[in-house]
Every structure is written in structure tokens, then in C-alpha cells.
Design a protein around this ligand. Sequence first.
Ligand SMILES: C[C@H](O)[C@H](O)[C@@H](O)C(=O)CO
Ligand SMILES: [Mn+2]
Length: 418
Amino acid sequence: MSQRYIEAREKYGNIGVDTEQAIEKLQRMEIAMHCWQGDDLGGFDFDGPLSGGIQATGNYPGKARNAEELMRDIDQAFSLIPGSKRLNLHASYAIFEDGKWVDRDCFRPEHFRKWVEFAKERKIGIDFNPTFFSHPKAKQFTLSSTEEEIRKFWIRHGQACIRIAEYFAEELGKPCLVNIWIPDGYKDIPADRLGPRMRLKESLDEILSMDYHKEKVFVSLESKVFGIGLESYTVCSSEFCINYAAEKGILALMDNGHYHPTETVSDKISAMLPFHERMALHITRPVRWDSDHVVLFDDETKEIAKEIVRNDALERMFLSLDFFDASINRVAAWIVGMRSVQKAFLYAMLQPNEALKGLQEKEDFTKLMVWQEEQKFYPFMDVWEEFCVRNQVPAGEEWLSVVEQYEKAVQSSRSAEL
Ligand SMILES: C[C@H](O)[C@H](O)[C@@H](O)C(=O)CO
Ligand SMILES: [Mn+2]
């Protein structure tokens, strides 16, 4: 134990904060790392371009071209991230053994056998997402399509994914979150806003009418305010999503890139907690739009973490990263994102939360502001360092040289085409 940590422990102790408790809590906190940062959301089942109004911009060399490369990159990232992890997978990352391709409505657990093996060996859980984009049947509408055949196809896909999630949960002994996000929407002002939403409701009802193990599989619905080419209207808007989730007893998933720029998810969490037993978050960094930049240790990430920690809601949350930056080393992007979220949570756990709440209740706003400001200069870094040392990972920027070596030895030999 370093002298600096011992001193930090004492300083925090003087304001009633137990650093050992914070480290323990952080150690147990599972964050799902999204597989799609590794290959710009390319997936393995279709070759076509990314669709659905989302974009990975940049052309940094060395992206993973197949499952083996992606798994190797994930391992490289995991080796430099302290604490507990999960893996967040999209259905488009199905692995067709012996080249036996099937379309998404026919996906079965066997198409994810290798991912289960991977997760078992690393003792981690998997979260899952049906993929309602980058597919010939996802031109603009999926679950809200006017075409019955298209709707049915995607309903079957949704149900197939819930079955696969049960397989993950059973095999890995950890619950699985299945998150439904659809890109459906209009570029310009629609004449009928209700019709698509009624069709979406019907489709979701049909997906959820199947029997599934509700203790093991949690279904969530993710809303979005707009996408590229879908600027005027999205079917699964925030109000639709929250109302639907509340009525059906599923989870609402909030992605902090999916709201008007002055709205914050940190403010929404406490508006959800009184009504929803559990909720899910996609943590991202929107820059002017839902740009999905790498998550940093920034104000909003800290504020989200504070809301969860001080409301004792960690056990009620499914947390995942969601970004895809193709302009920098992709393994480094994962590591920065994961470590930033962990730092934000540690920062939140080291706040004298009860005392601050007391100041608010007493309306001592001067003291509240001063204390919150002074907290920023508490020796947070020394506690982070201790957490990293205990996890045998570098605490500071030294980790980047490991990634640089990996890039040289492994990623740089990957050509754009295989
Ligand atoms: C790939 C993800 O599922 C997707 O990013 C979705 O979660 C989203 O946020 C779309 O903007
Ligand atoms: Mn998202």
C-alpha cells in the first residue's frame, strides 16, 4: 500500500468517506464493454454498409476483421481495465461455424456458442442486442413497417434473440439484458405519427408474448430523438419508450446521446427510479449530435455516476458503453471508455454524499457549493491508483505503450480486406 494511498484514506476518512468501501464497491460493479467498437459495428453476418442513421467515422488501420481478431482485441483491452466486466454483443456478431449462414430471424444459440465459450473462460456475463439495422430488410422501417412480411421477420428476430439471451444466462449463470433499439423514423415531417407507433407497440407486444425466463432475461427498450436521415421523427421516442416499458414491466434504456442537447440523462435517472425497479444505460459522449465519441471522465459522466451512487441504485442498473470511434486505435478507445466510467463511479463513491444532501436540505447552498468544489481537489487519483495496483493494471498512461506494442505486433499486419 503506497504512502500516498494511506494519506488519501485518512483525508477522505476525515470527511466520513471510507475509501476501502469505495474500492470494494467498484471492484464488484460490472460494466458491459460493447463489442462493436472493435470493428466499427461491421458485424459478421452481412457485408453491407452501416445503416439506421448511425455512423462510425474515421479510417484508423487495424480493425478486427473476424471473430478471432475481435476476441483477441477484447482480451487485450480487458487486460488493461481493472474491475469487473461484462461483454455487450450485437446479434450481427453471430458466428457461423462451418460457413452455415442463416438470416437473422433464424439465429439460434449455436450461432453464439463461441461467444459463450469466450465468456465462460473469462467468467463474465453477456448482454445482447437484436440488430435491426445494416440488413436488406431494414431499409427504413423494421418493427413499425407497414409491410406485414417485414414486421414479422423482425418480430422473429427479436424472439430469437430472447431465446439466445436465455442461453447466455443459463450457460454463464448471470442475467442477460436484451436491448431493443430500432432505427425507424422519417427524414421529413410525417403526416401520421401515430400509425407507426401503434405498429411498433403491436410488434413489441408480439415479441414479448413469448414465454421467457424473467429472472434471467431482462428486456429493455432504447429510445432516440433523431438519426442521420431520420431528423424529423423517430418511432421509438423517449415518451413512447418510457410509457411502453412502464406498462409492460420491461426496462427503459437511456442512451445519453439520444436526447436534445440541453437535456441530461443524469437528471432523468431520479425521475425514473421512483417508477422503475430497474433501468439500463448506454454511456456515450455526444459531440453536437449522437456522434458516439469515446467516453471520457467528463462532467456528465461524473454526474450520471453520482446520481446512481448517491441514490443507492447500482444494483438496479445495467450499464454499458456505446460508442464507435474509427479515428483512433480501437483497443485504446475501449480502454479509455471503460476506465473513464470506472473513474467516474469511484469519484462518485468518494463524495461525502450524505453530508452534501444534508446541506441541501438545510438550504445551506453556500457551503454546498464550496464543499462540492473542494471535493474536486481531494486525492482521488491516489485511490484510483490503489484500485489499479490491486487489479494489477497500470494506473496511468503507461498502459498506452502496451497497446502500442500490440498495435505493432498484431493490428498493423491487418489489411483492410481479408
Ligand atoms: C449499436 C447500438 O445498439 C446502437 O448504437 C444503439 O444503441 C444506438 O445508440 C443507436 O444510436
Ligand atoms: Mn445506444
